[in-house]
Ligand binder design. Structure first.
Ligand code: HPA
Ligand SMILES: [Zn+2]
Length: 356
């Protein structure tokens, strides 16, 4: 992959990443290292042989059967993260890799409830992530935002505890956390369960997104938009099943944050070519391409861009449009957006003629 001129151009394309779970960037090797360092017991390999070695775990990650099958490993994996330094190392590793893949701006999810419920303070998590964000901006010029995700398999009251903690620390008002999201098991956990916390966030001018239409049907998308008033939809691939909703999302320029390799690994589609990339382009749906949980799904953001190119053979103009849509749908300020737009323009001028 990534040998042809278009693939080289994709490497250089200025990227914004909007759908990245920082806990999903924990590689099996770092997982085992931190488990040893922090003396966190992993499952007994006699019971689950995936935990016999780094290689065995990597192998297991090739065979997820569903979102829930993946989440089982995802929650075990993050149990090795204990100190602020662990969260800093994790996020700094991600930013370093993202920078190498051409990411200029990243908006990353974190799951506070998954940490506070095992005795790790919310403040510890955010302290580590913020330290990595500062380093990435200083060293790479990579700007970033945090999105606090609620676990939908837990109650609304529990989500509210996490939300109120961030509010009490002034994390939304001082910009430490830019917005809220909703992740974990989708089917059976409707967006409207969280309507009140989303309403509070809306009233306070806090940005809002939610996973919807990944494994769940298109009504998860309409309910996230109508009841939780989300400004974005994460995954959103089931939008193709409701033509009227698709038209509305296109008209409203709602950003869909697609994750191609994730959708294949979690068997939401059988191959990248089955994703609605061509349909979204033709119908004017704004979308970005992202890595979701790169350590679990076999690829970082550039791998996802290349997989889309392999499957759809997009033109330079189409990639420019995708990159501009990604900037437009970002939650950074206008000045940063202006700088990102001009980087995309420079990229298109430089690669004109190199590729169609
Ligand atoms: O793809 C995902 N879907 C839902 N929850 C998640 N948590 C991490 N990744 C995901
Ligand atoms: Zn996700």
């Amino acid at each position: 992959m990534c040998k042809s001129p278009i693939h080289q151009a994709l490497h250089a394309l200025p990227k914004c990443e909007h759908h990245l779970h920082i806990e999903g960037s924990l590689s099996p090797s770092l997982l085992f290292r931190l488990a040893e360092l922090n003396k966190v017991p992993l499952p007994n390999p006699d019971i689950d042989p995936s935990f016999a070695s780094v290689a065995a775990l990597e192998e297991r990650y090739l065979h997820f059967t569903s979102l829930n099958d993946f989440l089982h490993y995802y929650f075990i994996g993050m149990s090795v993260l204990i100190t602020a330094a662990d969260f800093e190392s994790l996020a700094y590793e991600y930013f370093t890799r993202a920078h190498a893949d051409g990411v200029l701006h990243a908006e990353i999810f974190f799951d506070p409830q998954a940490h506070t419920h095992r005795g790790i303070a919310y403040k510890t998590v955010v302290e580590g992530l913020a330290a990595a964000q500062n380093r990435a901006e200083k060293e790479f010029g990579l700007t970033s935002k945090l999105i606090l995700c609620f676990l939908r398999h837990m109650s609304e009251a529990d989500a509210d505890v996490a939300y109120q903690e961030a509010v009490a620390l002034g994390h939304f008002s001082n910009g430490t956390v830019a917005g809220i999201g909703l992740d974990s098991s989708e089917v059976g956990f409707a967006p409207e369960i969280f309507r009140e916390v989303y309403a509070s966030a809306k009233a306070a001018g806090i940005r809002r997104t939610a996973h919807a239409g990944e494994e769940g049907d298109s009504t998860y998308i309409s309910r996230a938009l109508d009841i939780c008033h989300t400004e974005r939809i994460d995954h959103g691939i089931r939008l193709v099943d409701d033509e009227a909703l698709l038209k509305r999302v296109a008209k409203d320029k709602t950003l869909i944050t697609m994750c191609p390799l994730s959708n294949v690994r979690l068997r939401c589609v059988s191959k990248v070519a089955d994703l609605p990339v061509r349909k979204f382009l033709d119908k004017g749906v704004r979308f970005s391409i992202n890595s979701d949980d790169p350590a679990y799904f076999g690829g970082y953001i550039l791998d996802n861009y290349c997989a889309v190119q392999e499957a759809f053979g997009l033109s330079l103009g189409e990639w420019k449009g995708i990159a501009e849509g990604a900037v437009e749908g970002s939650w950074c300020d206008e000045e940063r957006k202006k700088a990102l737009f001009s980087k995309v323009k420079e990229w298109a001028e430089k690669h004109q003629g190199v590729v169609a």
